[in-house]
Ligand binder design. Structure first.
Ligand code: FES
Length: 190
């Protein structure tokens, strides 16, 4: 059984450009010795998914979906593994991931907080809500709280302008949110 680092070293050897190499090395440097939040078992499960598809490049989206389901997001070593085994250029895999909004290369919290910054919400204080989240929860767009409870995304008009300013937490919509009440709202999620 290969260790995570051995697996990553193999990926590095097969990286096809200096940019890919630099990105993968950066991930390894940041994670080396600390574990990478998922282990050989997950790599093994992803490998099973790839094997089930017969390693066909056309299975890329399905494999990415299942890998994200296993890990929670798509870290670079996972992406590199999939690209290698399906024989698809890394640039193409990144293109697919950035095209489909449901793919994420960043970990998401147990609850995803979406702050609407559409015109109506913005003029009614969406930016103040963002300030409150940064001040009280150290949350910035794309970020996640240290306990993994919340991550933050910016969205543009979620179709509830009459309730501006609006935030969504998971599938719940909260309207006419006062910045001073943001913490109280988040505290109802555990
Ligand atoms: S602008 Fe925020 S819901 Fe429409």
């Amino acid at each position: 059984m290969k260790t995570k680092i051995q697996q990553l070293e193999e990926i590095i050897k097969q990286a096809s450009s200096q940019e890919e190499l630099a990105e993968i090395e950066r991930v390894i440097r940041n994670t080396s010795g600390k574990g990478i939040g998922y282990g050989g078992k997950v790599f093994g499960e992803i490998q099973n998914v790839i094997n089930d598809t017969g390693g066909k490049a056309g299975a890329l989206i399905r494999v990415l979906q299942q890998a994200q389901g296993l890990v929670g997001y798509l870290p670079t070593p996972v992406i590199a593994t999939i690209a290698r085994d399906l024989k698809v250029p890394l640039s193409e895999v990144y293109g697919i991931i950035s095209f489909y909004h449901f793919f994420s290369m960043k970990p998401k919290g147990k609850y995803v907080v979406q702050v609407c910054m559409g015109t109506s919400c913005y003029v009614k204080g969406g930016d103040k809500i963002m300030e409150a989240l940064k001040r009280d929860w150290q949350l910035e767009p794309g970020g996640i709280t240290s306990d993994g409870r919340f991550s933050l995304e910016i969205v543009r008009c979620i179709g509830a302008c009459g309730l501006s300013p609006v935030i969504a937490i998971g599938t719940d919509i909260h309207g006419r949110v006062k910045p001073s009440k943001v913490s109280d709202i988040l505290d109802t999620y555990d």
